[in-house]
Write a protein that binds this ligand. Sequence first.
Ligand SMILES: C[S@@+](CC[C@H](N)C(=O)[O-])C[C@H]1O[C@@H](n2cnc3c(N)ncnc32)[C@H](O)[C@@H]1O
Length: 351
Amino acid sequence: MQLPYNKSATLLKLILYTGKIFMYRFDPMAIHGGPNSEEGPGASSRVAHSAAGLNTTADYHRFTPIDLMSEFTICESFSDPASPYGIILEKPSSYGAMVGDFLVRMGLLKDRSAVCEVGGGYGSLMHGLLGSQETRIKRAYMVDLSLSLMKRQRDRLRPWGSRVTFIRGDIHELLGALAGIDLFIVNEVMGDLDTLTGIDPSHMPPEADELVRSYDLDIPDKPFNLNLGALKLVEAVCRTGIPALLTEHSCDPVIPDDMAYLARDLDLDACPREIKLHRHSEYTIRFSHLVQVARAHGRTVGTGALLDLIPVKKGRSLETIFRLRACDTHDHEIIYEILDHIREYRWLTIS
Ligand SMILES: C[S@@+](CC[C@H](N)C(=O)[O-])C[C@H]1O[C@@H](n2cnc3c(N)ncnc32)[C@H](O)[C@@H]1O
């Protein structure tokens, strides 16, 4: 089903309230130019203003079949309790189940909740979450821009049948229209959203200038990148008044007290940097900016290292492998690789 953009909000409210299975396909081509437009598929980096660029992955996600394994998401690394990276865990678990335990601990997942996951990838997080918190989740809504990933999500979440509704569209355009939701989950998605790049601090484009002034964001005195899409998303989440959990690869990581060794060679106070991936680039997220935006909207904010929600083995073995870069066995290699990756990830809760 395809609808013109201006009918999307009304229809979406209808879908959320009727609770039927519904595949809503927002037609992005109506407003953004389709696969045959000049930009074509793949990520694009176009000039937003004379001095700054804009990195956007929207066309890449709309038109390209996506292989998340090449992106090494934390969620897919622990997609199943038997995943090889599970070797670092205290006990076998899936990422979705670990997220569920964390949400309950933080008081964010109440009984009979309607949960909306934005950018659900292969559906692994929601699979683990529904499997472990079945009684707490009354309904799940999956919002995604990618048709190919949405198909994967439908297959993966088939066991829960009509309890899951799939909505295809761009979260920036849909968020204001979402109602009847008790919790948003946005896991490893913000890095894909628009980023203003190469901003000259003395000649900022109006969107950057407005955000920096409104929220008193700290910026460097040399050219920098700004997480425009993530900041707008947090603004929009705050306006809904609905609680949210957001995670992503950060440029200002925090290190758990009992794993201080993970700080080695890390810049803990950097600006967003580019990560080149297959046919698109993502940017790391400056969480301190997101915290400032959410607080300015009067919301209660929590933040920390993603390792807070991933219970890893106690004892010295992980530390020894990380410190010595001891990769003489396959298991050591896996442990080193996942610790080195995960240490830069953060979570943010807004309630
Ligand atoms: C890096 S993947 C992460 C997938 C999954 N959450 C995980 O952690 O493995 C990003 C996801 O966000 C979706 N996405 C990217 N931009 C989006 C947008 N503007 N609106 C909705 N979904 C978007 C992608 O299609 C994909 O499902």
